[in-house]
Design a protein around this ligand. Structure first.
Ligand code: CA
Length: 230
């Protein structure tokens, strides 16, 4: 299941940038633009992590953080504070108010992702799989490595995303339209047969001679990834 991150930030361009990067990493994103909205959304939607800006209109990020810690539904929700301030005193105040980590603007997307994964690992080790597996195939999401039966498999970026999506939803059959939306995005124009081309490449890359074909073609329906045939 996809994990949900609540972004609490009033600057629209930063929200857009954060959303883009988080969605690209496979997270579902919710937004709140001030503190009150953040408290409501956090209680209602129960995000897996909150990215909380320090500088917010009305309620400050620190105050939101304290209140999240007092609400029963959000007491243990991981919180990463975002701020332009870099002073040690602010860092300590942020952590004292209950934040799990703290990141200073400007930050790189990869730095942010590393912090998010680290906090999630610490607070909920079971929910943050870093290695996806199907039968004897494994995908290491941190090292971006795919292996099967002890050999390294080299995939292009599209095949990697396609395989990741199938690994995250093993056993489910997806139509070519659904795979296009999920892997290429619904806003790009790609012909349906492109999916077949990439499935073919993926098959060739992951299945060696004599191995089970992990990708099942379901006639008139689409494709699924399965570790065994029933
Ligand atoms: Ca702000």
């Amino acid at each position: 299941m996809k994990q949900m991150i609540l972004i609490v930030e009033d600057e629209a361009p930063l929200v857009t940038l954060l959303r883009y990067n988080l969605e690209r990493e496979g997270f579902v994103v919710a937004e709140a633009h001030d503190g009150e909205e953040a408290l409501l959304m956090a209680a209602e939607r129960k995000p897996d992590l909150v990215l909380l800006d320090w500088m917010l209109p009305q309620l400050s990020g620190i105050e939101v953080c304290r209140r999240l810690r007092r609400q029963a539904q959000t007491r243990t929700t991981p919180i990463i504070m975002l701020t332009a301030r870099g002073e040690e005193g602010d860092r300590i105040r942020g952590l004292n108010s209950g934040a799990d980590d703290y990141i200073t603007k400007p930050f790189s997307p990869s730095e942010l992702m590393a912090r998010i994964r680290a906090v999630m690992r610490r607070t909920n080790p079971a929910a943050t799989a870093e290695v996806l597996r199907c039968a004897d195939l494994s995908m290491d999401l941190v090292g971006h490595r795919v292996r099967r039966n002890g050999r390294d498999i080299h995939l292009g970026p599209t095949e990697f995303r396609l395989l990741r999506y199938l690994l995250e939803h093993q056993g489910r059959v997806f139509s070519r339209e659904q795979l296009l939306d999920a892997v290429w995005g619904s806003d790009v124009y790609v012909e349906l047969r492109t999916v077949d081309v990439h499935i073919r490449r993926l098959r060739k890359a992951i299945n060696a001679k004599g191995e089970l074909d992990l990708i099942r073609t379901v006639r008139a329906a689409g494709y699924s990834l399965e570790g065994k045939r029933s």
